[in-house]
Design a protein. Structure first.
Length: 310
């Protein structure tokens, strides 16, 4: 494949990427209510031990006038010029399982070339499944779990987790187009559109990051630690509750949203198998212990007689 769309390719690292990994896509663009995509990108770079595999050429793909790079003026000189980046990187989850991450700003230009290039990378690395997440503002209360619309090729996840299945026209993102092309080619792909409270859409909403991570874990089998995110979510909710308690109009709005939400969800019960009865997500240590217990049971069973009928 041609590398003309890349500004840097680390050939040795690229050759060492195992085949059959999941690909997580976190492209910042027009739909990022609650800062879900930016939070997800930051989280994975902080916790995933990511190593850059290749870098797309921003000069070909980005409009600098629309996405002004950041530079720092330090008293009498300029430092830390930081143009936007679009990268493919290799990382590992809490148990050491590898995955690929495509992250950065979605392209402003040459969408078809970009999508075709990503499709070639999916083929080159024999990607097992592609997962992406974004978020839209909705009239839902923060006092209820963040729900989602699920799309793509995983009928089991759509059935179990998708609570809103509209038929509507919308402004497409690069993520939408990538999912559309992958699905058309028969590749496994999952899209999570998180439904974020409209009155919190302009903030970084930790609860939405928890939901995005949970969806990615279910779709890929990867394991990510969520203790810090869960603690940030509790603190954020406490702050929002305190602010709303001081405003009667806001209280009435939330109660109205709760009533509508509960009525809508009455006959629906989508819940991730990773989520406990109390709505909590297990820690990485708890998941690792559960995995070790399962493997031990399998070893014990393998040491005994073969079950009848097998």
């Amino acid at each position: 494949m041609t590398d003309s769309i890349f500004s840097a390719v680390y050939a040795e690292r690229r050759a060492r990427v195992p085949k059959g990994l999941p690909l997580i896509v976190a492209l910042r663009g027009i739909s990022d209510a609650g800062g879900v995509v930016s939070q997800l990108e930051d989280y994975l770079w902080e916790h995933g031990g990511l190593e850059e595999i290749l870098r797309f050429d921003s000069d070909q793909l980005l409009d600098y006038r629309a996405r002004r790079p950041v530079i720092t003026f330090d008293q009498d000189h300029l430092v830390d010029y930081a143009p936007e980046e679009l990268l493919l990187a290799l990382g590992h989850d809490e148990l050491g399982a590898p995955f690929l991450l495509l992250s950065g700003f979605e392209p402003d230009y040459r969408w078809e070339l970009f999508i075709d290039t990503v499709l070639l990378l999916v083929h080159e690395f024999e990607i097992s499944t592609t997962v992406w997440a974004h978020a839209i503002p909705m009239p839902v209360p923060h006092t209820r779990p963040v729900r989602m619309t699920v799309s793509g090729s995983r009928d089991d996840l759509i059935e179990a987790r998708s609570v809103w299945k509209p038929v509507t026209k919308l402004a497409a993102s690069a993520g939408h187009v990538l999912e559309y092309r992958l699905h058309s080619l028969g590749e496994e792909v999952v899209g999570f559109a998180l439904l974020v409270p409209h009155y919190l859409s302009g903030t970084e909403y930790p609860e939405a990051l928890l939901t995005a991570l949970d969806g990615i874990m279910v779709a890929t089998g990867l394991i990510f630690a969520t203790d810090e995110v869960r603690e940030a979510s509790r603190a954020f909710h406490a702050q929002v509750d305190e602010q709303i308690a001081d405003n009667q109009e806001s209280l009435e709005m939330v109660r109205g949203l709760e009533s509508r939400y509960d009525s809508y969800m009455e006959d629906q019960s989508p819940r991730s198998p990773l989520v406990g009865e109390d709505g909590s997500i297990p820690t990485a240590d708890q998941l690792a212990s559960e995995l070790e217990r399962f493997l031990a049971q399998q070893r014990d069973q393998g040491a005994g007689e073969t079950p009848s009928g097998l």
